[in-house]
Design a protein around this ligand. Structure first.
Ligand code: AN0
Ligand code: CP
Length: 317
């Protein structure tokens, strides 16, 4: 059962979802009738390469018709506040926009990044919440202000495929980046990793602590080299500060993932959700080595999206 897919909390049985993913990967066209006469809108408030393309590819495998809508370019500027006098630059309220889109489509995918200005607003997931409320149709999270569950499910599938031991050591490492990025990928990754039996560790400079709702039970190691020791997977990601909300409090280049640091690991596989800035987040030498699995990881975005869409189509016939 999966009405919406906005976080891991929408997954009733994770082991079963992983089993389904394996079947999807083996036979992508096994359920090519499931989406027959159904349609999905992918609504983008922000840029995307992988999510935009892999979700369409997944839908194609299910015979599900897809319309991509870059709402910031082609749509009206939306108002999300209740009770406003709409004299400003916002031409349409989400109440109408979501309700109308809900009339046209069976599934609505939404990408809406954190604004990184107001923590309470971002962490309240206003956009996803309002679309859920006013569209009245199943909502698929394509990265919201606090989570990126399609990415995290992909990451789990990829680790399952590449792990050599039952309980691999998986390290999420913060890495430097010149611009402020959301916490969504890191939050979501830890939330999904927390549902496994893996040994999970997070490492970041002081000041980059994530929301405890996502790190609960996961040790923070402030010494990156110590965290890397005996790791089986190194997952790099930048995020901006939660405490000093949305700020870049350190650009410390000594946190870049290097070939030298990878030597501390158990020949760990290197992962990143992409897009990645070369020689800022990670050295060329790592990204171009056999240890990097970022391309097969990105390929699995199709598998994750298809598995989730299948489940949503079955639940919402
Ligand atoms: C986005 C982020 O960090 O959330 C999207 C990653 C999938 N990254 C950038 O904007 C570079
Ligand atoms: N990983 C990921 O979501 O990539 P895009 O932002 O290109 O969709």
């Amino acid at each position: 059962m999966m009405k919406h897919f906005t976080s891991i909390h929408d997954v009733a049985d994770l082991a079963e979802l992983l089993r389904q993913a394996k079947l999807v990967k083996e036979k992508p066209f096994a359920r090519e009738q499931l989406g027959h006469h159904k349609s999905m809108c992918l609504l983008f408030f922000n840029a995307s390469l992988r999510t935009r393309l892999s979700t369409q590819k997944a839908a194609f495998h299910l015979g599900l018709h897809t319309v991509v809508f870059d709402i910031q370019q082609g749509g009206w500027n939306l108002e999300f506040e209740d009770g406003t006098v709409m004299r400003g630059d916002k031409a349409e309220h989400v109440k109408e926009a979501a309700a109308v889109i809900g009339q046209y489509f069976d599934i609505i995918g939404i990408r809406t990044f954190a604004g990184l200005k107001n923590k309470e607003e971002d962490y309240a997931e206003q956009v996803i919440g309002q679309f859920k409320r006013y569209a009245g149709k199943p909502i698929l999270n394509l990265e919201s202000s606090t989570r990126h569950p399609l990415q995290s499910f992909t990451d789990l599938i990829t680790i399952e495929e590449h792990k050599k031991t039952e309980k691999p050591k998986v390290v999420l490492t913060w890495a430097p980046h010149p611009r402020a990025l959301p916490q969504a990928v890191a939050n979501s990754f830890l939330e999904w990793m927390g549902a496994t039996a893996y040994e999970v560790v997070v490492t970041h400079p002081p000041g980059y602590e994530l929301d405890e709702a996502f790190t609960k039970g996961i040790p923070i190691v402030y010494d990156q080299q110590e965290a890397f020791e005996n790791a089986d997977f190194i997952y790099a990601k930048n995020w901006s500060s939660l405490k000093e909300y949305g700020k870049v409090v350190s650009e410390d280049q000594s946190w870049m993932v290097t070939a030298e640091k990878m030597k501390l690991t158990r020949q760990a596989k290197f992962m990143h959700c992409l897009p990645v800035r070369r020689n800022v987040i990670v050295e060329d030498a790592v990204l171009d080595s056999d240890q990097s699995i970022v391309i097969p990881q990105a390929a699995n975005r199709v598998v994750a999206a298809q598995t989730v869409l299948q489940e949503m189509l079955r639940t919402n016939p």
